[in-house]
Design a protein around this ligand. Structure first.
Ligand code: DHY
Length: 356
C-alpha cells in the first residue's frame, strides 16, 4: 500500500456511501432476492442489469446488480458534496499514486461525471456528485412490503491491515466510531463514518481486498423479522447466515442474508447519531463475548471466513493478500481462543454449544 499518512491534497467532501455494484451469475435468481424478497424498487432494467433503489432514495439507484461470469463486487460509490469535489478527488488519488479514471456522465446509467479509482486498499471506488433524480417512494406505503428497505447504510470491506486502512480513510475525512482491539494493540475491525451514523464503511481484518457485505437499513425491527419469516415460508431459510440479533458494536438490530451468489447483505436498523465533533470512540475488547452480538450468540464461522471477490476498473478479479496479524476467529473461538461475558469471572464466557 502507498503511504497514505503523508500530506496529501485536500480530500473531496464525501457525503455518504451511495451505491454499490454487484456482479451476479444468475440475474433472474438475484431479481427474486433483491426485488421479490427485499422489495427494492426497479428504477431501470436491461437484459443484463438491474438498477435498484430503496424506498427513501431519490437518486437513480442504491444498487446495480449486473450479470457476469464471476460473482464479485464491482464498485463502491460515494457521493461528494459539489461537482468541484471531483477535482479534489482526482488530485487526491493521483497524489496517492493509484489508478484514477475520470469518466463522463452516463458511464453508469443515472450517474453524472465520476472519478473512479482502485483505492490504496485495492477496492474499486467511485466518487460522483450529479445523479438523475427519480421519485422518492418513502410514502408509497401501498408498495412497501412488510420488510421495507429504506436506504443503503454502509459497505463492509475485508482488508489485511486495519490500522493502515483506518489511516487511509482518515485521510479521506472519515472518523472512527467504534473498533475492536486486544490488549497487545492488535486491531481486528473498525467502523468509520461521514454521514452522522456509526458507519459508511467498516474495515474487517482478514485476507483482502474482499467485500464482506453491504448493508441496507429498515425503519423497524419488525421488518427484519418479517424478512426471516418470508424466507422460512418459501423454504429459503438457508439464505439467513447470521442473526437476527442485536449488535454490540453499533447497537443496531441486524440480520445477515446471502444472495444467490453468496454476496452477504446485512439488514440493519437503529444505530445511533454520531454527528457532533466530539463523538466518543467506543473500543471493544476482542474477548468480550457481547461485542458482536449483544445477547452473546455465536458468530457463525462462515461469517468470519467468507467474503466476495472484488474487481479492478476493467472487471478483472483483484488478487488477495493474506492477513498476517492475529485473526479474530482464532483468538475468540476454538482451542486457542477465549471470550468472556463478565471480565475476570471464572465462569465459561460463552454459551454452551458455542464453540466449534
Ligand atoms: C458489527 C458488524 C456489522 C455492523 C455493525 C456491527 C459487529 C458485529 O456484530 O459483527 O456488520 O454493521
Amino acid at each position: 500500500m502507498s503511504d497514505t499518512t503523508r500530506d496529501l491534497p485536500t480530500p473531496p467532501d464525501v457525503i455518504r456511501c451511495a451505491y454499490a455494484e454487484l456482479v451476479v451469475t444468475d440475474l433472474q435468481a438475484s431479481k427474486w432476492f433483491y426485488t421479490g424478497l427485499l422489495g427494492l424498487v426497479v428504477t431501470h432494467e436491461t437484459e443484463d442489469a438491474l438498477y435498484l433503489r430503496a424506498f427513501e432514495e431519490y437518486l437513480h439507484h442504491s444498487l446495480v446488480v449486473r450479470q457476469g461470469p464471476v460473482a464479485a463486487a464491482a464498485k463502491f460509490a460515494y457521493r461528494v458534496r459539489t461537482p468541484q469535489d471531483l477535482d479534489l478527488a482526482e488530485a487526491h488519488y493521483r497524489a496517492l499514486g493509484v489508478e484514477v479514471r475520470r469518466v463522463p456522465a452516463g458511464t453508469t446509467r443515472g450517474i453524472g461525471e465520476a472519478v473512479q479509482v482502485v483505492d490504496p486498499l485495492g477496492f474499486p471506488v467511485e466518487f460522483f456528485h450529479e445523479a438523475e433524480h427519480v421519485e422518492r417512494f418513502h410514502q408509497r406505503y401501498d408498495l412497501h412490503g412488510a420488510g421495507a428497505i429504506s436506504r443503503l447504510d454502509h459497505f463492509n470491506v475485508v482488508t489485511p491491515d486495519v490500522p493502515a486502512a483506518r489511516a487511509y480513510y482518515e485521510g479521506l475525512g472519515f472518523k472512527v466510531s467504534e473498533d475492536i482491539e486486544d490488549d497487545e494493540g492488535t486491531v481486528y475491525a473498525a467502523w468509520m463514518y461521514r454521514k452522522p451514523t456509526v458507519h459508511d464503511v467498516a474495515l474487517t481484518g482478514g485476507d483482502g481486498p474482499r467485500m464482506h457485505h453491504i448493508a441496507f437499513a429498515t425503519h423497524e425491527r419488525s421488518q427484519i423479522l418479517h424478512l426471516c419469516d418470508h424466507l422460512g415460508a418459501v423454504r429459503r431459510s438457508d439464505q439467513i447466515e447470521r442473526g437476527p440479533g442485536r449488535h454490540g458494536v453499533s447497537n443496531a438490530f441486524y440480520l445477515y442474508l446471502l444472495d444467490p451468489d453468496g454476496h452477504r447483505i446485512e439488514i440493519y436498523t437503529h444505530d445511533y447519531y454520531t454527528g457532533d465533533p466530539d463523538n466518543p470512540v467506543i473500543t471493544w475488547d476482542v474477548h468480550d463475548n457481547q461485542r458482536r452480538d449483544w445477547w452473546g450468540n455465536p458468530v457463525v464461522p462462515s461469517w468470519y471466513a467468507n467474503a466476495s471477490t472484488v474487481l479492478d476498473l476493467d472487471g478483472t478479479p483483484r488478487p488477495v493478500t493474506e492477513r498476517t496479524q492475529d485473526r479474530e476467529s482464532d483468538v475468540t473461538i476454538g482451542a486457542d481462543g477465549f471470550s468472556y461475558t463478565r471480565k475476570d469471572d471464572e465462569a465459561v464466557g460463552f454459551k454452551v454449544g458455542h464453540q466449534v
